[in-house]
Ligand binder design. Structure first.
Ligand SMILES: Nc1nc2c(c(=O)[nH]1)N[C@H]1C(S)=C(S)[C@@H](COP(=O)(O)O)O[C@H]1N2
Ligand SMILES: [Mo]
Length: 344
């Protein structure tokens, strides 16, 4: 009985979803990239000196940067046999996920982000892994995409603002990248840093009250957890810019802001890093920020969420439904004591 494969139980069942939308998107992508026309148009819109993208010429699904790794996509989907339940496991359409975004580097209007990413040059791209690792280095993202087997993971994504989507991400486990860098004994935290390019991101130019570049961090045992994912693709193709091209993190048991987009650096250290949202509003956004229906935000309840594009509201689950796989990372709690002042 060689090759018995144990499928992780956190995998969402694709058959409980709307596979048509995924496969339509895949075909659509093949057609667009195969023809090459839209990619060429996107590249033209990114010429130096260009202002914001021309909304009229580029649609929300036309923001996939050209990459020599396009041949790696799509990849095999999740095994359909395992699911943590039917709740909320309808994959959002790419149209929704690509037009309703939080990415403050490109403004604070969720439906405006995709219109503003034109000037952002998301390929080629390097990521530095630095700090308390035996093998620090600067990696070309293309190298990493080819080094690790890419997998598709359908993950729930829950924003602290009470909306959620379900996204077929493509990427590789964060643990694989960290293993390659070899964290030293005593390494306890991992910090992620996004790009800093005010010339390409008008939000960094104009919203100077934010502490750019965006940064968020987690404990190293959280980073090594099998659910922690480095995302390079979505819906069968490389990431759209508005979703964090060319590489972002996704931590499905935490509020969305803990998953930084378009990262350029991963820092391993023995000191807890400060984090973008905790620095801005410590009473509202903790370090851990695990999805917790019992701990309201000071300005709203977290008991429910709206599934974007459906008008449907559903109860929020502890750890966003991933509690069974999180195990005892937090000593039996969802929100560790004192994570936000009002959580006790
Ligand atoms: N660099 C960066 N990363 C970011 C953000 C941001 O503003 N900048 N917003 C966060 C928030 S609040 C959420 S909900 C998710 C949104 O991801 P999506 O637009 O792909 O759904 O990205 C997170 N990562
Ligand atoms: Mo968010």
């Amino acid at each position: 009985m060689a090759n018995i494969h144990i499928h992780p139980g956190w995998r969402l069942k694709e058959s409980a979803t709307t596979p048509e939308s995924i496969y339509l998107n895949r075909r659509d992508f093949v057609r667009r990239v195969g023809g090459g026309t839209i990619v060429a148009a996107a590249a033209a819109a990114c010429q130096p000196g260009g202002g914001r993208a021309e909304a009229a010429s580029l649609g929300p699904l036309d923001n996939i940067p050209d990459t020599p790794t396009a041949d790696l996509y799509p990849v095999a989907a999740n095994d359909p046999r395992f699911t943590p339940g039917e709740r909320h496991s309808v994959v959002s359409t790419e149209e929704i996920v690509a037009t309703y975004n939080n990415f403050y580097e490109f403004g604070t209007d969720k439906d405006g982000v995709w219109r503003n990413v034109g000037p952002f040059e998301a390929r080629p791209w390097e990521i530095e892994v630095t700090g308390m690792v035996d093998k620090p280095g600067v990696y070309d993202l293309v190298e990493l995409e080819r080094a690790f087997p890419l997998e598709e993971r359908i993950y729930r994504h829950r924003c602290v603002e009470r909306w959620s989507v379900v996204v077929p991400w493509i990427g590789f486990p964060l643990a694989s990248l960290l293993a390659r860098a070899q964290p030293q004994n005593g390494a306890r935290y991992v910090n992620f840093v996004s790009f800093d390019r005010p010339d390409q991101a008008f939000g960094q130019r104009t919203q100077t009250w934010y502490r750019w570049p965006y940064y968020e961090g987690i404990r190293i045992d959280e980073a090594m957890h099998e659910l922690a994912f480095v995302v390079t693709g979505m819906y069968g193709h490389p990431l759209q810019k508005q979703n964090g091209a060319p590489v972002r993190i996704h931590l499905p048991w935490k509020y969305g802001y803990k998953s930084p987009k378009s990262i350029v650096r991963i820092e391993v250290s023995d000191e807890r890093p400060t984090t973008f949202w905790n620095d801005l509003a410590p009473a509202e956004y903790g370090f851990y920020s695990n999805v917790d229906p019992e701990v309201p935000h000071p300005r709203w309840s977290q008991a429910e969420e709206e599934i974007v594009g459906t008008g449907k509201r559903i109860p929020t689950l502890p750890f966003n439904g991933y509690g069974e796989w999180i195990g005892d990372l937090y000593g039996g709690r969802v929100t560790p004591a004192g994570d936000v002042p009002h959580a006790g």
